[in-house]
Design a protein around this ligand. Sequence first.
Ligand code: AMP
Ligand code: MG
Length: 349
Amino acid sequence: METRIEKITGNRAEDRKIIEEAAEIIKAGGLVAIPTETVYGLAGSALMAESARKIYEAKGRPSDNPLIVHISKPEEAENIAYTSDIYYRLAERFMPGPLTVILPKKDCVPDSVTGGLDTVAVRCPKNPVARAIIKASGHPLAAPSANTSGMPSPTEAEHVYHDMKGKIPLIIDGGKCSIGVESTVVKPVDGGVMILRPGRISVSMLKSVVDRVEVAKAVTDPEIAEGQKAESPGMKYRHYSPKADIILIDSGHDRFVSYVCENIKKGEGALITTEYLGKIRDLPEGCVIFDAGGTKLASERNRRIFSILRRADDLGLRRLYIQLPPSGGQFLALYNRVIRAAGGKIIKI
Ligand code: AMP
Ligand code: MG
């Protein structure tokens, strides 16, 4: 199958044509990669079992890992799920936006979309192109990240092309994703919510709406044993991983920089926060230093992480040194992604 990339240009008539074409493919049971504010999504109708099957196949994703269903307005959740007061409180504050809420599912959602669970994950993206495609197709869209399962999530159309070339007919290029990490996934629990996957919407932001915010153990647990019960099935898999071996170092900034300078070799790379780039010296030839973003800027570091991991693969790096980020506030998303990418191995120095 030939895979085309169509770029959103801002020209209304041209963009409309691209959106209509995407909608036609989806209505006919096909898949289209779409931009969202978090990462690119691999979208198909959430009401057709056949579309879900194609998504799992194109991604090589285990079929017990459920898909997030995307809607164009919060009220459309009624068509696929049993909503609640807490859903609408969260929706009022955070939708459209990077929040996914787990709700009891209605029968119209095929079991293949939810990996056999009786709940469905619902999200209303903010990206106007994503919302226009949902509207034009007239279907809620199952849209997991548009990467090969286990690889870093795609934050640019090029990343999608790399993983999905020959597997899907169309990629809509809406530029770089503004957030760059996947949505915060929450499940309503007694008196509040439990975070199953951290993202841009942080614990303190959620606390402005609900009294209690818990974080699922698997979010910060470096080792998720095979077969261990995870609240969110996706959390039990090694994830977000480039081919390079990730050496995750738990230390202060200065010690990390010294460690990298002493240990890095040809064909290896390191992520260094912007303020510390100047302290890197005496490197062997053929190693690569990436600017990880400002030390205190969680949003900038979140936005960069996946494209750096992909770049490391493009360059064929064997090993990548990453400093363990803090786990508080908006850093929780970064913390969670890097411990998963490293497969749980952390070196404390
Ligand atoms: P992705 O589609 O790649 O953004 O990943 C979706 C994430 O949401 C995975 O970690 C899934 O396990 C999680 N998820 C989707 N649906 C549910 C559900 N019904 N219950 C719990 N977690 C879910
Ligand atoms: Mg994913």
